[in-house]
Design a protein. Structure first.
Length: 234
């Protein structure tokens, strides 16, 4: 008994470090906010996205993400979380017909532009389509995923930063302290149809209080999200 107990003690740290997430068979809702610290109308949308932290359905029924775009950087403030790739992601939604045009704050839910937020609506209609199960495990940045649905051609993994704060020195939000959650700090895309194994890079250090991961599968040559999972990793 003593030998088994000692062996178990050595095994416990590896189990404790792993995070595992499994979707249902119906589609997990994905909420994408396109935002910028250089946009004066974005803070209310950022606060709304942050409010989703308190939902008991977080990472179970829906996965939120904030993509900071860079096309407002020229007006006086360079958003520290913005990347050209995230602006291009929004433009790709326009090209694919999911979004009317690139603007901030812009919200995409389940691959569709969601303008009801501007009319005061704060909840959306769930997507109940049966699409298959996505399973993912992150163990010390060794990330494995499996999908039993159809049409997948790529796995996408986003490292999310929680509890980020910026004191804005210039631009439309000059003098304001902005807070953010679910910020996409790193985005990795790998090909594959049913299973993937990826060694994740070191998580970016941007002053976040916590890290989370969002993972989703799409067909090849399309941003249409088939299924998604997510959760905290620390």
């Amino acid at each position: 008994m003593t030998k088994w107990f000692i062996a178990l003690l050595f095994l416990l740290p590896s189990f404790a470090s792993a995070a595992e997430w499994t979707s249902g068979t119906s589609k997990t809702d994905v909420v994408e906010l396109f935002t910028s610290e250089g946009c004066s109308s974005c803070p209310p949308a950022d606060r709304w996205l942050s409010s989703l932290k308190s939902s008991p359905e977080l990472f179970k029924e829906f996965v939120p993400m904030a993509f900071h775009v860079d096309y407002w950087d020229y007006i006086g403030w360079k958003d520290p979380f913005a990347k050209a790739a995230y602006s291009e992601r929004q433009r790709n939604y326009v090209r694919e017909g999911h979004v009317s045009q690139s603007y901030t704050p812009g919200i995409v839910i389940n691959n569709k532009e969601w303008r009801q937020w501007f009319r005061g609506q704060r909840t959306w209609t769930d997507d109940t389509k049966q699409v298959g199960v996505l399973r993912a495990v992150n163990d010390k940045r060794r990330f494995k995923a499996e999908f039993d649905g159809e049409k997948a051609g790529q796995l996408h993994i986003a490292i999310l930063g929680m509890g980020l704060t910026t004191s804005v020195k210039a631009g439309e939000n000059r003098g304001r302290e902005l807070t953010h959650d679910f910020v996409v700090l790193k985005l990795i895309t790998v090909p594959g149809e049913k299973s993937w194994t990826v060694t994740l890079p070191e998580f970016p250090e941007k002053g976040q209080k916590r890290n989370a991961i969002a993972a989703w599968v799409t067909p090849n040559n399309s941003q249409t999200i088939l299924q998604a999972v997510g959760g905290y990793v620390d």
